[in-house]
Write a protein that binds this ligand. Structure first.
Ligand SMILES: [Zn+2]
Length: 264
């Protein structure tokens, strides 16, 4: 059997050439229905051997080994962890960053928003899992603070951010409790109101990209790229928990390549 290549999306952003980043799609793996085919998550009921093969294939597609990939056990928390070396077990966190080369920071999603970060020099990189709960509770500000304050500290204005595939505003219908978690009298709380469009029956359509952009802007991050995907609409390309609860997960990943002087 001929191996298929992992079909990944590459950010279009002005990151240094030695910062390697991407998002997997559904294509190119070996998982069977309903996880077909590039599921990377172990907690969704898929076959463990298939997941391991998919992870290996993705790692090789990015010219890395599977041992260089740090996976998380995500809980919609606001916890970010810095890693110097990859742990065998998944870390309990919703964001991870590193200043080490060849250490791949990874988050998994299927509707929630993945956010990738690097600084202008490409000396540190981060991956953030931002669902609505994490966003409302401050995963972005928590992550930016940790990312910037690790000595030698950097300014948040130097950060470049990329927003990966998430549920689009046309499909992200939420109840009033979600709007109430974001909208209040604070400066950010007032800006957040624009991300909610009222529907019938006290429901709202929410724009998770806009909410993340407001949170990033509030931290001083203005170089923001990506967005504009919809995991629900683009069913061939993306897993979506809202479309089908029993499904796989994509991985969004970023690392600092060894060859720091290449290309730029
Ligand atoms: Zn949609």
């Amino acid at each position: 059997m001929t191996a298929t290549l992992a079909d990944t999306i590459k950010p279009i952003w002005p990151a240094p050439a030695h910062v390697i980043a991407g998002v997997s799609t559904r294509s190119g793996g070996c998982s069977q229905a309903p996880y077909q085919s590039m599921n990377l998550a172990q907690h969704v009921g898929d076959n463990a051997d298939d997941i391991a093969k998919n992870r290996t294939q993705l790692a090789h597609a990015e010219k890395t080994s599977p041992q260089q990939w740090q996976w998380l056990e995500q809980t919609h928390s606001t916890t970010i962890i810095e890693i110097d070396e990859v742990q065998n077990q998944p870390l309990h966190a919703d964001a991870v960053f590193t200043r080490q080369q060849n250490t791949v920071c990874t988050v998994m999603t299927a509707d929630c928003l993945p956010i990738l970060l690097c600084d202008a020099q490409g000396s540190r990189v981060a991956a953030i899992h931002a669902g609505w709960r994490g966003l409302a509770n401050g995963i972005v500000s928590n992550s930016i603070n940790a990312f910037c304050n690790q000595l030698p500290a950097i300014k948040s204005q130097e950060i470049i951010a990329w927003l990966g595939p998430a549920i689009g505003p046309d499909h992200f219908e939420v109840g009033a409790e979600v709007k109430e978690a974001f909208v209040n009298d604070s400066a950010i709380g007032q800006l957040n109101a624009a991300a909610f469009e009222a529907q019938a029956n006290n429901k709202y359509k929410a724009d998770i990209y806009q909410l993340a952009t407001i949170a990033l802007n509030a931290c001083g991050v203005h170089h923001i790229y990506g967005g504009g995907f919809c995991t629900v609409c683009e069913s061939e390309r993306f897993y979506s928990y809202r479309r089908k609860a029993q499904t796989g997960r994509m991985a969004s990943y970023i690392y600092i390549d060894t060859n720091q002087n290449s290309a730029d």
